[in-house]
Write a protein that binds this ligand. Structure first.
Ligand code: UGA
Length: 458
């Protein structure tokens, strides 16, 4: 068993801490954020990630996890995993300050032959910079390995323990071999490359997945106008092994802490190096457009959103996480607010405080039934499983205008319509009960009008 240090206890770092400890390794977790470290000492993760709390608690109780809020004079570790943040900066460039600070601080503390393993997503060439920084800090025996992570929030523990592949990039074959051995028991292919290629594999993977989602979203907008069903299109495409069925769910666009930052960073690196990354630019543009299209769809269905009460279901950028970074749900909510709607956001797992930090003008509601009273539209923006089983008929009754916008194609369209809603979705016009008729007038005093496209309850 190895002695492992993990620098940075965010999403990637904490999962590595919990999983390496569960595999029997001795893990020292270091983070300058004292709150995260205090929580970790009690076995509590500072983030919501299914299955992680059990691993951390076991690791702390068995003494396999030690948490520190500063670097010790000597870091007793064979492997030092870097998992610090690399946020977006000007023009999409990655801010590498945390990487530089960590290397400068830890280089003098390393034992001879320790391997620095970088898991942070960093621009191509950063691994070489890490080696040079460690060298200039006096560590002449340092080896650097790039070992990118492919963890999805919500399933990160399972992804760590059951990887599709492990990428080990290094110019030092011995260091690469030692890092590869840490993952051997998983039985996944281990691909050895040079550092830059490993760094590029990470970006290319995320950029490709984002491209797949933007592609199907573009197909959805075409389906809307040619009267085809995008979910069947995705199914028909996905049955082809060369295409694959994953990441072909049309919706209101992709978000999160990774795709937006990584696509922007790759675009920045590429264009600053003289390449012309047109496809990446279009992928981002389509994603931006997708969020506006849903707003437009709501505007069309309601004949304008000014003064309308709209309840948005979901704030997280996807289900099973409380992460709201670059969340399409919140951006759509804010666009509706800016267009004059009264927007109420409901999420079963994201705290109101967290949302208010990013979007102080959005109203967050803890009570869906209260919020729905007199509302004009219900917008499913994040497909939390709990939303699929909502008491639809009860909700529709309380609304002024029973419009359901399914931004994730997650609902049973017939059940929604049978509950009394007018149903709108993404790229499935056949399920919408006929072509969209713009609502020219809604009588807000009694809400009833036989010429209205939308069912109204009062
Ligand atoms: C993503 C990658 O999937 C991971 O492999 C990678 O390790 C991680 O980024 C990272 O770089 O750390 P994650 O950010 O957790 O993982 O989110 P995804 O599950 O990939 O979803 C990203 C976005 O795409 C979400 O907003 C999701 O709703 C959207 N999406 C995904 C769709 O709209 N349709 C789909 O079919 C799939």
């Amino acid at each position: 068993m190895a002695e492992i240090a993990v620098i940075g206890c965010g999403h990637v770092g904490l999962v590595a801490v919990g999983c390496f400890a569960a595999l029997g390794h001795q893990v020292t977790a270091v983070d300058v954020d004292t709150r995260r470290i205090e929580l970790l000492r009690r076995g509590v993760p500072a983030i919501y990630e299914p299955g992680l709390e059990d691993l951390l608690r076991d690791g702390v109780e068995s003494g396999r996890i030690e948490a520190r809020d500063r670097y010790p004079a000597e870091l007793d570790a064979d492997f030092v995993f870097l998992a610090v943040g690399t946020p977006s900066s000007t023009g999409g460039a990655s801010d590498l300050r945390a990487v530089r600070d960590a290397i400068s601080a830890l280089a003098p503390t390393l034992r001879p032959n320790a391997v620095i393993v970088n898991k942070s997503t960093v621009p191509i060439g950063t691994g070489n910079m890490i080696a040079e920084t460690a060298l200039s800090a006096g560590d002449t025996s340092v080896s650097v390995v790039s070992n990118p992570e492919f963890l999805q929030e919500g399933t990160a523990v399972d992804n760590f323990m059951n990887p599709d592949r492990v990428i080990v990039g290094s110019d030092d074959p011995d260091a690469a071999e030692r890092v590869g051995q840490l993952y051997e028991d998983f039985g996944a292919p281990i691909l050895r490359t040079d550092i830059r290629t490993a760094e590029m594999i990470k970006y290319a993977s995320n950029a490709f997945l984002a491209t797949k989602v933007s592609f199907i979203n573009e197909m959805a907008s075409i389906c809307d106008v040619v009267n085809a069903d995008v979910t069947e299109v995705a199914r028909g495409m996905g049955l082809d092994d060369r295409i694959g069925s994953k990441f072909l769910r049309a919706g209101i666009g992709w978000g999160g802490s990774c795709f937006p930052k990584d696509v922007a960073s790759l675009e920045h690196t590429a264009s600053m190096s003289g390449a012309h990354p047109q496809l990446l630019r279009d992928v981002v543009e389509i994603n931006k457009e997708q969020r506006r299209r849903i707003v437009h769809k709501i505007q069309t269905a309601l004949g304008g959103v000014e003064g309308r009460r709209i309840v948005v279901l979901g704030a997280a950028f996807k289900p099973n996480t409380d992460d709201i970074r670059e969340s399409p749900a919140l951006e759509v909510s804010d666009l509706l607010r800016l267009a004059g709607a009264e927007v109420l956001v409901f999420d079963p797992h994201v705290s109101a405080e967290k949302i208010r930090v990013e979007f102080p003008r959005l109203t967050v509601t803890p009570d869906l039934i209260d919020a729905i009273e007199d509302a004009d539209a219900l917008v499913l923006a994040t497909e939390w499983p709990a939303f699929i089983d909502l008491p639809l008929a009860e909700l529709a009754l309380g609304m002024r205008t029973a419009l359901f916008i399914d931004g994730r194609n997650a609902m049973d369209a017939r059940a929604v319509r049978e509950a009394g809603f007018t149903y709108r979705c993404i790229g499935r016009p056949g399920l919408e009960g006929g072509p969209l008729e713009p609502v020219t007038h809604i009588d807000r005093s009694n809400g009833v009008g036989s010429d209205h496209a939308l069912a109204s309850n009062r």
